[in-house]
Design a protein around this ligand. Structure first.
Ligand code: DHB
Ligand code: MG
Length: 224
């Protein structure tokens, strides 16, 4: 039913005006064909992030974890004024993403940086602090979960006031609240939820999601 509702509702939500529908489908197919893991956002989730960026008039967005570029293409397609910087560690994923982004006609607005998230974020932060790179208005963290809190702290230093930092996959079928579960990514999810939840200058909420990507959820934090 979760999948059926996603399919029904998405197909009745202005499908004809969806920009870059073909490029998004291509990105999904090309990523699968290249053997990338099937863990990209659903269409509804991609559209949600894109609509958030539009509603908040975001001009510079940041993503940690490009994968095949599916979410990047969503966010940039829906927002012609938006530039996205996206970081990916795996060179194979970078190559697939760059190709998908090029076919979507977005190479001029999406910058894919290959490297370890911590290193790249630290150098981006130095640029933002030095004033040589604009502050970001939205950050999507969707990479190696063990580093979620490290990524969050670095992201917090380079966003404009009242920007959202969203962390994907913190609920994981409910394991977030299963305190006996000590799998590293579950522990890391608890770490980012608990730390963001007491970080000065941050207010946060966890939104549980169901749909074609099963049962999971986002940490949604606003930096004041
Ligand atoms: C996994 C990672 C993700 O970012 C996601 O959205 C779903 C699953 C994973 O590593 O299993
Ligand atoms: Mg994810």
């Amino acid at each position: 039913r979760w999948t059926a509702v996603d399919a029904y509702a998405f197909s009745h939500s202005h499908p004809a005006s969806q920009p870059n529908a073909k490029a998004l489908e291509n990105a999904r197919m090309a990523s699968m064909a290249a053997g990338l893991p099937d863990i990209a956002l659903s269409p509804a989730q991609g559209k949600f992030l894109a609509l958030h960026c539009r509603a908040s008039a975001v001009t510079h967005a940041l993503e940690v974890g490009t994968l095949g570029g599916y979410s990047a293409i969503w966010v940039a397609s829906e927002n012609p004024q938006l530039r996205l910087t996206t970081i990916e560690y795996n060179p194979k994923h970078v190559a697939v993403a760059r190709k998908n982004i090029e076919l979507a006609g977005l190479s001029d607005r999406i910058e894919v940086i290959q490297g370890a998230g911590i290193d790249v974020l630290a150098s981006l932060r130095d640029e933002v602090v030095a004033g040589t790179r604009p502050q970001f208005g939205f950050v999507f963290i969707d990479a190696d979960k063990e580093n979620n809190w490290n990524y969050f702290k670095l992201a917090k230093d380079m966003v404009k006031s009242n920007s959202v930092i969203c962390v994907d996959n913190v609920v994981r079928g409910g394991r977030l609240a299963d305190l006996g579960n000590t799998e590293p990514y579950v522990v890391a999810s608890r770490e980012v939820v608990e730390n963001a939840g007491k970080e000065p200058g941050v207010d946060s909420v966890v939104i549980q999601t169901v749909g074609e990507k099963s049962y999971d959820g986002w940490l949604w934090a606003v930096v004041s």
